[in-house]
Design a protein. Structure first.
Length: 202
């Protein structure tokens, strides 16, 4: 190296530095791509599924409250208002179920979604029966139905919803951890590359 002319040595050094810069750039772009994909997965898939699961759980819990209220209410306006609330919850549930059907992409979530849809059908049939008895003034019968064997359909539906919420929470936490890992790996790789470049430039 000492026998090389100064211009050649400078040229080789500059070429080496450009090569290192190109390597750093390629690595940086690749890691940024990983970061972008992970972030997109969280924002367009994991978070919407988590939100939809929580909204479904809220709608089911509120619907259960409304059904109990309808047994107690006698005022026609109050009954109509609560029935409208029940319809609103069902519309919300349909919307959020459609989100899950579109975005669910793992085997365990698909199995859970299938069970959720079956449990929802049974829960709706149960609540429809209680509501029909309540609005017809059959309060005792409605109460007997509400706390009879068919009450298990509500228990099952809420339990499956809880499982779906839990699964999506686990997935979104895993996505966050993945994003953090990608960031840490990117920082480490770029730091090592920079150090190597500095040493070669000496």
């Amino acid at each position: 190296m000492k026998n090389l002319k100064l211009g050649v040595r400078l040229g080789l050094g500059f070429g080496l530095m450009m090569l290192i810069l190109a390597i750093v750039t390629v690595i940086g772009i690749a890691r940024l791509g990983d970061q972008n994909r992970t972030t997109a997965q969280i924002s367009t898939n994991l978070y919407p599924k988590s939100n939809a699961s929580q909204e479904l759980a809220y709608a089911a819990g509120d619907s259960s409250r409304i059904v109990r209220n309808l047994i107690l209410l006698t005022d026609e306006k109050a009954i109509a208002s609560n029935r409208a609330g029940l319809d609103k919850n069902r519309a919300l549930a349909e919307e959020k179920m459609a989100v899950l059907e579109k975005l669910v992409d793992t085997d365990d979530a698909r199995v859970l979604l299938t069970k959720l849809k079956a449990d929802r059908t049974a829960f709706y049939a149960f609540t429809d029966k209680v509501v029909a008895q309540a609005v017809q003034g059959q309060k005792a019968e409605a109460q007997a139905t509400l706390y009879g064997p068919e009450y298990q359909t509500q228990v099952s539906y809420l339990a499956t919803l809880a499982d779906m919420v839990k699964l999506q929470d686990v997935n979104i936490r895993a996505g966050g951890n993945r994003a953090q890992e990608v960031y840490q790996q990117s920082t480490l790789i770029l730091s090592i590359t920079a150090v190597i470049g500095a040493l070669l430039g000496l």
